[in-house]
Ligand binder design. Structure first.
Ligand SMILES: NC(=O)c1ccc[n+]([C@@H]2O[C@H](COP(=O)([O-])OP(=O)(O)OC[C@H]3O[C@@H](n4cnc5c(N)ncnc54)[C@H](OP(=O)(O)O)[C@@H]3O)[C@@H](O)[C@H]2O)c1
Length: 266
Protein backbone atom coordinates (compact mmCIF):
# COMPACT_ATOMS: atom_id res chain seq x y z
CA UNK A 1 0.00 0.00 0.00
CA UNK A 2 1.04 3.63 -0.41
CA UNK A 3 1.25 4.41 3.30
CA UNK A 4 -0.60 7.73 3.68
CA UNK A 5 1.09 8.43 6.96
CA UNK A 6 4.67 9.19 8.00
CA UNK A 7 6.80 6.27 9.18
CA UNK A 8 5.93 6.82 12.87
CA UNK A 9 3.67 4.14 14.34
CA UNK A 10 -0.05 4.71 13.81
CA UNK A 11 -3.08 3.21 15.49
CA UNK A 12 -6.09 1.69 13.73
CA UNK A 13 -9.40 0.84 15.40
CA UNK A 14 -11.10 -2.12 13.71
CA UNK A 15 -14.66 -2.98 14.74
CA UNK A 16 -15.92 -6.52 14.21
CA UNK A 17 -12.31 -7.69 14.50
CA UNK A 18 -13.20 -10.92 16.29
CA UNK A 19 -13.71 -12.90 13.07
CA UNK A 20 -14.19 -12.94 9.31
CA UNK A 21 -13.17 -9.85 7.39
CA UNK A 22 -12.36 -7.84 10.54
CA UNK A 23 -9.78 -10.40 11.69
CA UNK A 24 -8.27 -10.36 8.17
CA UNK A 25 -8.13 -6.55 8.24
CA UNK A 26 -6.18 -6.85 11.50
CA UNK A 27 -3.82 -9.51 10.09
CA UNK A 28 -3.23 -7.53 6.90
CA UNK A 29 -2.76 -4.09 8.45
CA UNK A 30 0.53 -2.47 7.38
CA UNK A 31 3.34 -3.33 9.82
CA UNK A 32 3.56 0.32 10.96
CA UNK A 33 0.11 0.07 12.55
CA UNK A 34 -0.72 -0.69 16.16
CA UNK A 35 -4.25 -1.94 16.64
CA UNK A 36 -7.34 -1.48 18.74
CA UNK A 37 -9.52 -4.53 18.12
CA UNK A 38 -13.18 -4.49 19.01
CA UNK A 39 -16.04 -6.98 18.94
CA UNK A 40 -18.23 -8.78 21.48
CA UNK A 41 -16.25 -12.02 21.64
CA UNK A 42 -13.47 -11.15 24.11
CA UNK A 43 -11.87 -14.62 23.75
CA UNK A 44 -11.51 -14.32 19.98
CA UNK A 45 -10.10 -10.80 20.37
CA UNK A 46 -7.48 -12.11 22.82
CA UNK A 47 -6.34 -14.81 20.37
CA UNK A 48 -5.96 -12.17 17.67
CA UNK A 49 -4.15 -9.81 20.05
CA UNK A 50 -1.55 -12.43 20.94
CA UNK A 51 -0.89 -13.16 17.24
CA UNK A 52 -0.61 -9.46 16.36
CA UNK A 53 1.68 -8.76 19.34
CA UNK A 54 3.97 -11.56 18.15
CA UNK A 55 4.42 -9.49 14.96
CA UNK A 56 5.67 -6.57 17.06
CA UNK A 57 2.50 -4.52 17.17
CA UNK A 58 0.99 -2.93 20.25
CA UNK A 59 -2.55 -4.22 20.53
CA UNK A 60 -5.50 -3.30 22.74
CA UNK A 61 -8.85 -5.05 22.79
CA UNK A 62 -12.16 -3.45 23.66
CA UNK A 63 -15.11 -5.80 24.03
CA UNK A 64 -18.21 -3.78 23.22
CA UNK A 65 -21.69 -4.48 21.88
CA UNK A 66 -22.34 -1.88 19.17
CA UNK A 67 -26.06 -2.64 19.33
CA UNK A 68 -26.18 -0.87 22.69
CA UNK A 69 -25.63 2.84 23.42
CA UNK A 70 -23.40 1.83 26.36
CA UNK A 71 -21.21 -0.31 24.08
CA UNK A 72 -20.81 2.47 21.54
CA UNK A 73 -20.05 5.00 24.29
CA UNK A 74 -17.47 2.67 25.86
CA UNK A 75 -15.66 2.15 22.56
CA UNK A 76 -15.60 5.88 21.87
CA UNK A 77 -14.34 6.64 25.38
CA UNK A 78 -11.52 4.11 24.96
CA UNK A 79 -10.31 5.48 21.62
CA UNK A 80 -11.24 9.18 21.27
CA UNK A 81 -8.20 11.26 20.28
CA UNK A 82 -5.95 8.18 20.07
CA UNK A 83 -6.47 6.69 16.63
CA UNK A 84 -5.45 7.50 13.06
CA UNK A 85 -7.54 5.05 11.06
CA UNK A 86 -11.10 3.94 11.87
CA UNK A 87 -12.38 0.78 10.19
CA UNK A 88 -16.14 0.45 10.63
CA UNK A 89 -16.35 -3.24 9.78
CA UNK A 90 -18.78 -4.79 12.32
CA UNK A 91 -21.96 -5.85 10.60
CA UNK A 92 -24.73 -8.39 10.40
CA UNK A 93 -27.83 -9.23 8.43
CA UNK A 94 -30.84 -11.49 8.72
CA UNK A 95 -31.40 -13.72 5.69
CA UNK A 96 -34.96 -14.59 4.71
CA UNK A 97 -38.30 -12.96 4.01
CA UNK A 98 -38.65 -9.64 5.84
CA UNK A 99 -41.78 -10.79 7.67
CA UNK A 100 -40.19 -14.08 8.74
CA UNK A 101 -37.48 -12.42 10.82
CA UNK A 102 -37.85 -10.81 14.23
CA UNK A 103 -38.14 -7.02 14.57
CA UNK A 104 -35.15 -7.12 16.94
CA UNK A 105 -33.01 -8.69 14.20
CA UNK A 106 -33.88 -5.93 11.74
CA UNK A 107 -33.26 -3.31 14.40
CA UNK A 108 -29.81 -4.74 15.23
CA UNK A 109 -28.79 -4.58 11.55
CA UNK A 110 -29.82 -0.93 11.31
CA UNK A 111 -28.04 0.01 14.54
CA UNK A 112 -24.79 -1.92 14.03
CA UNK A 113 -24.45 -1.40 10.24
CA UNK A 114 -25.63 2.20 9.99
CA UNK A 115 -25.99 4.05 13.30
CA UNK A 116 -22.76 2.80 14.92
CA UNK A 117 -20.51 3.88 11.99
CA UNK A 118 -22.12 7.34 12.04
CA UNK A 119 -21.64 7.72 15.80
CA UNK A 120 -18.06 6.44 15.72
CA UNK A 121 -17.15 8.64 12.76
CA UNK A 122 -18.70 11.73 14.37
CA UNK A 123 -16.90 11.13 17.63
CA UNK A 124 -13.49 10.06 16.32
CA UNK A 125 -12.92 11.98 13.08
CA UNK A 126 -12.10 15.35 14.71
CA UNK A 127 -9.26 13.79 16.74
CA UNK A 128 -8.07 11.75 13.75
CA UNK A 129 -7.86 14.85 11.54
CA UNK A 130 -6.18 16.84 14.30
CA UNK A 131 -3.53 14.11 14.74
CA UNK A 132 -2.96 13.96 10.97
CA UNK A 133 -2.48 17.75 10.85
CA UNK A 134 -0.11 17.70 13.82
CA UNK A 135 1.99 14.88 12.33
CA UNK A 136 1.82 16.04 8.72
CA UNK A 137 0.19 12.81 7.43
CA UNK A 138 -3.29 11.61 6.50
CA UNK A 139 -5.89 9.82 8.61
CA UNK A 140 -8.22 7.18 7.20
CA UNK A 141 -11.84 6.09 7.53
CA UNK A 142 -12.81 2.75 5.97
CA UNK A 143 -16.51 1.96 6.07
CA UNK A 144 -17.19 -1.66 5.13
CA UNK A 145 -20.29 -1.52 2.94
CA UNK A 146 -20.96 -4.26 0.38
CA UNK A 147 -21.80 -4.81 -3.28
CA UNK A 148 -25.32 -5.12 -1.82
CA UNK A 149 -25.18 -1.34 -1.27
CA UNK A 150 -25.80 -0.83 -4.98
CA UNK A 151 -29.13 -2.62 -5.37
CA UNK A 152 -32.16 -3.75 -3.39
CA UNK A 153 -31.80 -7.34 -2.18
CA UNK A 154 -34.97 -9.37 -1.60
CA UNK A 155 -34.35 -11.84 1.29
CA UNK A 156 -31.83 -9.36 2.73
CA UNK A 157 -33.89 -6.22 2.36
CA UNK A 158 -32.83 -4.49 5.58
CA UNK A 159 -29.19 -5.51 5.25
CA UNK A 160 -28.90 -4.12 1.70
CA UNK A 161 -30.69 -0.93 2.78
CA UNK A 162 -28.23 -0.39 5.64
CA UNK A 163 -25.31 -0.84 3.23
CA UNK A 164 -26.89 1.64 0.78
CA UNK A 165 -27.09 4.07 3.70
CA UNK A 166 -23.44 3.46 4.58
CA UNK A 167 -22.33 3.92 0.97
CA UNK A 168 -24.26 7.17 0.56
CA UNK A 169 -22.99 8.46 3.91
CA UNK A 170 -19.39 7.58 3.02
CA UNK A 171 -19.47 9.18 -0.43
CA UNK A 172 -20.99 12.39 0.96
CA UNK A 173 -18.47 12.48 3.80
CA UNK A 174 -15.59 11.94 1.36
CA UNK A 175 -16.76 14.98 -0.60
CA UNK A 176 -17.21 17.10 2.56
CA UNK A 177 -13.77 16.19 3.88
CA UNK A 178 -11.88 16.39 0.58
CA UNK A 179 -9.93 19.40 1.88
CA UNK A 180 -8.94 17.67 5.11
CA UNK A 181 -6.05 15.26 5.66
CA UNK A 182 -8.22 12.15 5.75
CA UNK A 183 -9.02 9.43 3.19
CA UNK A 184 -12.61 8.25 3.34
CA UNK A 185 -13.28 4.86 1.70
CA UNK A 186 -16.31 2.68 1.16
CA UNK A 187 -15.17 -0.93 0.87
CA UNK A 188 -17.81 -2.76 -1.19
CA UNK A 189 -16.84 -6.43 -1.43
CA UNK A 190 -18.98 -9.13 -2.94
CA UNK A 191 -19.43 -12.45 -1.12
CA UNK A 192 -16.56 -13.08 1.28
CA UNK A 193 -15.78 -16.18 3.36
CA UNK A 194 -16.67 -15.53 6.99
CA UNK A 195 -19.26 -16.42 9.62
CA UNK A 196 -21.70 -13.99 8.06
CA UNK A 197 -23.63 -16.51 5.93
CA UNK A 198 -24.19 -18.89 8.85
CA UNK A 199 -25.07 -16.13 11.29
CA UNK A 200 -27.47 -14.54 8.80
CA UNK A 201 -29.47 -17.74 8.51
CA UNK A 202 -28.33 -18.49 4.94
CA UNK A 203 -26.45 -21.50 6.34
CA UNK A 204 -23.02 -21.12 4.72
CA UNK A 205 -20.85 -18.58 2.91
CA UNK A 206 -22.59 -16.99 -0.06
CA UNK A 207 -21.68 -18.59 -3.42
CA UNK A 208 -18.40 -17.53 -5.01
CA UNK A 209 -17.01 -16.12 -1.77
CA UNK A 210 -13.58 -14.44 -1.89
CA UNK A 211 -11.01 -14.95 0.82
CA UNK A 212 -11.22 -12.29 3.57
CA UNK A 213 -7.45 -11.78 3.34
CA UNK A 214 -7.77 -10.82 -0.33
CA UNK A 215 -10.49 -8.26 0.50
CA UNK A 216 -8.49 -6.92 3.45
CA UNK A 217 -5.41 -6.41 1.28
CA UNK A 218 -7.53 -4.51 -1.25
CA UNK A 219 -8.74 -2.20 1.52
CA UNK A 220 -5.31 -1.36 2.94
CA UNK A 221 -3.85 -0.93 -0.54
CA UNK A 222 -6.55 1.59 -1.43
CA UNK A 223 -5.89 3.74 1.62
CA UNK A 224 -3.78 6.80 0.84
CA UNK A 225 -4.68 6.74 -2.85
CA UNK A 226 -7.53 9.25 -2.43
CA UNK A 227 -10.10 6.80 -3.72
CA UNK A 228 -13.60 6.66 -2.30
CA UNK A 229 -14.86 3.33 -3.60
CA UNK A 230 -13.22 -0.09 -3.39
CA UNK A 231 -15.30 -2.53 -5.41
CA UNK A 232 -15.08 -6.32 -5.39
CA UNK A 233 -12.82 -7.61 -8.19
CA UNK A 234 -15.57 -9.34 -10.17
CA UNK A 235 -18.25 -6.76 -9.37
CA UNK A 236 -16.17 -3.79 -10.51
CA UNK A 237 -16.99 -3.96 -14.25
CA UNK A 238 -20.73 -3.98 -13.49
CA UNK A 239 -20.71 -1.56 -10.57
CA UNK A 240 -18.23 1.09 -11.78
CA UNK A 241 -20.75 2.54 -14.30
CA UNK A 242 -23.39 2.55 -11.55
CA UNK A 243 -20.99 4.44 -9.28
CA UNK A 244 -20.30 6.97 -12.03
CA UNK A 245 -24.04 7.40 -12.62
CA UNK A 246 -24.55 7.99 -8.87
CA UNK A 247 -21.89 10.65 -8.90
CA UNK A 248 -23.43 12.32 -11.99
CA UNK A 249 -26.86 12.17 -10.31
CA UNK A 250 -25.47 13.83 -7.17
CA UNK A 251 -24.09 16.70 -9.23
CA UNK A 252 -27.30 17.02 -11.24
CA UNK A 253 -29.43 17.13 -8.07
CA UNK A 254 -27.14 19.77 -6.55
CA UNK A 255 -27.17 21.92 -9.70
CA UNK A 256 -30.91 21.35 -10.20
CA UNK A 257 -31.77 22.36 -6.67
CA UNK A 258 -29.82 25.62 -7.01
CA UNK A 259 -31.60 26.36 -10.30
CA UNK A 260 -35.00 25.41 -8.86
CA UNK A 261 -34.35 27.79 -5.97
CA UNK A 262 -33.76 30.60 -8.46
CA UNK A 263 -36.71 29.74 -10.76
CA UNK A 264 -39.49 28.60 -8.45
CA UNK A 265 -39.51 30.91 -5.51
CA UNK A 266 -43.25 31.00 -5.08
N1 LIG B 1 -19.24 -12.01 4.22
C1 LIG B 1 -19.70 -11.39 3.14
O1 LIG B 1 -20.09 -12.03 2.14
C2 LIG B 1 -19.67 -9.89 3.10
C3 LIG B 1 -19.81 -9.24 1.85
C4 LIG B 1 -19.81 -7.85 1.82
C5 LIG B 1 -19.68 -7.12 3.00
N2 LIG B 1 -19.55 -7.77 4.19
C6 LIG B 1 -19.43 -6.96 5.40
O2 LIG B 1 -18.21 -7.27 6.03
C7 LIG B 1 -18.30 -6.93 7.41
C8 LIG B 1 -17.71 -8.05 8.25
O3 LIG B 1 -18.56 -9.17 8.14
P1 LIG B 1 -18.03 -10.67 8.01
O4 LIG B 1 -18.38 -11.16 6.67
O5 LIG B 1 -16.63 -10.75 8.47
O6 LIG B 1 -19.02 -11.41 9.04
P2 LIG B 1 -18.74 -12.14 10.44
O7 LIG B 1 -17.72 -13.20 10.28
O8 LIG B 1 -20.10 -12.52 10.93
O9 LIG B 1 -18.13 -10.98 11.34
C9 LIG B 1 -18.94 -9.93 11.78
C10 LIG B 1 -18.20 -9.14 12.83
O10 LIG B 1 -19.09 -8.10 13.29
C11 LIG B 1 -19.12 -8.14 14.70
N3 LIG B 1 -20.43 -7.79 15.24
C12 LIG B 1 -21.65 -8.24 14.88
N4 LIG B 1 -22.59 -7.72 15.67
C13 LIG B 1 -21.95 -6.94 16.57
C14 LIG B 1 -22.38 -6.15 17.67
N5 LIG B 1 -23.68 -6.08 18.04
N6 LIG B 1 -21.46 -5.45 18.36
C15 LIG B 1 -20.15 -5.53 18.04
N7 LIG B 1 -19.68 -6.27 17.02
C16 LIG B 1 -20.58 -6.97 16.30
C17 LIG B 1 -18.82 -9.58 15.08
O11 LIG B 1 -18.25 -9.57 16.39
P3 LIG B 1 -18.64 -10.62 17.55
O12 LIG B 1 -18.75 -11.96 16.89
O13 LIG B 1 -17.50 -10.53 18.49
O14 LIG B 1 -19.92 -10.16 18.07
C18 LIG B 1 -17.82 -10.00 14.02
O15 LIG B 1 -16.51 -9.69 14.42
C19 LIG B 1 -19.77 -6.65 7.69
O16 LIG B 1 -19.98 -5.24 7.74
C20 LIG B 1 -20.47 -7.24 6.47
O17 LIG B 1 -21.69 -6.61 6.21
C21 LIG B 1 -19.54 -9.14 4.27
Amino acid sequence: MADPLPPARRRALITGASGGLGAALARRAPPSFDLVLSGRDAGALTVLRVAAEAEGRQVETVAADLDSPEGRRALIAATEGRIDVLVNNAGLGAYGAFLSREPTEHRAAVVVNALAPVELARALLPGMIERARALGGRAGLINVASSAAFAPAPSMAVYAATKAFLLSFTEALAAELSGDPVDVLALCPGATESNFGVRSGFGRSFPGAMSPDYVARQAWEALGKRRTLVLGALDAPALAPVALARSAAAQAIWRGSRLAGALFRR
